[in-house]
Design a protein around this ligand. Structure first.
Ligand code: DP6
Length: 350
C-alpha cells in the first residue's frame, strides 16, 4: 500500500460471536496450543461488540490501553487486556507505539454463565489485526482472518474458532488439509440439514465456576486418561466429519453427547477431581433422552465446562422442542433463564 493510504489515527470495530464446541478442546501445551483438535459451531446471537480507536506514534515506545466495558471503566478487564497486548507485540509490533481506547459490550448478560472469552477475544483480535492493516498496509490476501485466529487463540484457545462462520475446526488433523494448531479453519463441507442448527442454552447456574477452564486444562497434564482422551478426540473428530457430510443425525447426536460426557469425565478423573454438573444438569440430560426416544425429534445435548446445557436440534423440530423445553426443562433453569441461539455467520464489521 502507498504510504499516503496508511493511517496513524483511526477506528475499527467488530462484532464477534461465541461458539460451542462439539469436539472439545481440553488440555494444552506450550503457548496455548491444543492437546487435540476440536470442532465447534459458531453461534449467532451470543456476541461481543468491540470498538477500538488507535493513535500510532512511530518509535514513541509509550503504549497505553484504556478499556471500558458496557459503558464503565473496567480495571480488572483492562489489566487482562494490557497483559495480553504485551504478550502479542511480536505478532503486531506497531502495538509498542500505539495508544488504544477500547469499548466492549456483550449481547448476553455478563453473569449468564456463558463464557465470554471466545467472543471477546475474537472481537479484540479482529480489531487489532485490522488496525495493523490500517497502520502498516494490507496483509497478503486471505491472511487477515488467519492472523486474527492466531491472535484470538493466544487470548483464549476457543476464541480462535469464533473468527469463522458455521462449523470450524482448530488443531492439526489429517482430516482437514491446511488445519493447524495455531489457527482455526472453516468447515465448508457439511450436509444442508445442519444449516440453522438451533442451540438453546439452558442456564442451570449463572455464577462463577468453582474451577476455571485454565485450571481444568492444566489438570490434563496429570490426568491418567489424558493419552487415551487425545486418541479418542481424534477418532471422534474423524467420525464427526463423516456424520456432518452425510447428514446422519443419530451419529451426530451420539457423538456430541459422548464428547460432552467425556469432557466432564476428564474433570472427575483429574487429580484432584471435581464435578461441575449440578442435579439440574443431570435431570435435563435424562429428560432430553426420554423425549428423543418418545418423539424421534432430532435433539441432543452438549456441555461446556460448567453446569449449563446446550440443546442442539434441527430447526424443523423447533416447535416440538420448544414445547418440551417450556413444559419440562424450564424448571431446572435458574430463574427460568435460557438463551435461544442458532448457528451463525461469524464476525461482522461495525
Ligand atoms: C470446555 O478456550 O476457555 O469450552 O484457552 O484457557 O482460554 P483457554 O480456555 P477456553 O477453553 C474452552 C474449553 C471448552 C471446550 C472448547 O471450547 O473446545
Amino acid at each position: 500500500m502507498e504510504e499516503k493510504y496508511r493511517n496513524n489515527v483511526g477506528y475499527v470495530g467488530w462484532s464477534c460471536p461465541s461458539n460451542i464446541a462439539l469436539i472439545k478442546y481440553w488440555g494444552k501445551r506450550s503457548v496455548q496450543l491444543p492437546l487435540n483438535p476440536s470442532l465447534s459451531m459458531t453461534l449467532k446471537k451470543a456476541r461481543t461488540m468491540t470498538r477500538l480507536e488507535f493513535d500510532y506514534h512511530p518509535n514513541n515506545h509509550n503504549p497505553s490501553v484504556h478499556f471500558r466495558f458496557e459503558g464503565n471503566d473496567a480495571p480488572a478487564f483492562e489489566d487482562r487486556i494490557i497483559k495480553f497486548i504485551k504478550s502479542i507485540d511480536s505478532y503486531i509490533p506497531a502495538l509498542a507505539d500505539t495508544t488504544l481506547r477500547i469499548e466492549s459490550e456483550n449481547t448476553f448478560p455478563h453473569s449468564s454463565g456463558i463464557a465470554s472469552s471466545a467472543s471477546s477475544m475474537a472481537a479484540l483480535a479482529m480489531c487489532l489485526v485490522q488496525m495493523e492493516e490500517k497502520i502498516k498496509g494490507p496483509l497478503a490476501p486471505g491472511k487477515l482472518l488467519e492472523k486474527a485466529s492466531i491472535i484470538a487463540r493466544l487470548g483464549s484457545g476457543s476464541a480462535s474458532r469464533s473468527i469463522y462462520p458455521n462449523f470450524v475446526v482448530w488443531g492439526a488433523t489429517d482430516d482437514w488439509a491446511g488445519s493447524s494448531d495455531e489457527y482455526a479453519l472453516p468447515v465448508t463441507d457439511y450436509h444442508e440439514d445442519y444449516n440453522q442448527l438451533c442451540d438453546t442454552i439452558l442456564i442451570v447456574e449463572s455464577g462463577q465456576k468453582k474451577v476455571s477452564s485454565s485450571v481444568g486444562h492444566s489438570l490434563m497434564d496429570t490426568n491418567p486418561f489424558s493419552k487415551s482422551r487425545i486418541i479418542q478426540a481424534r477418532q471422534n473428530l474423524s467420525t464427526l466429519k463423516t456424520v456432518l457430510t452425510e447428514g446422519d443425525w443419530d451419529g451426530f447426536i451420539a457423538l456430541i453427547e459422548l464428547e460432552a460426557l467425556t469432557l466432564h469425565a476428564m474433570m472427575m478423573t483429574s487429580q484432584p477431581g471435581y464435578v461441575l454438573m449440578l442435579p439440574g444438569t443431570l435431570s435435563i440430560i435424562e429428560k432430553v433422552r426420554e423425549f428423543r426416544n418418545d418423539t424421534g425429534c432430532r435433539i441432543g445435548f452438549t456441555l461446556d465446562a460448567g453446569a449449563n446445557v446446550h440443546l442442539l436440534y434441527a430447526s424443523g423440530d423447533a416447535d416440538k422442542v420448544n414445547g418440551f423445553i417450556n413444559a419440562e426443562l424450564v424448571t431446572f433453569c435458574e430463574d427460568g433463564r435460557m438463551i435461544m441461539d442458532q448457528m451463525g455467520k461469524g464476525p461482522s464489521a461495525l
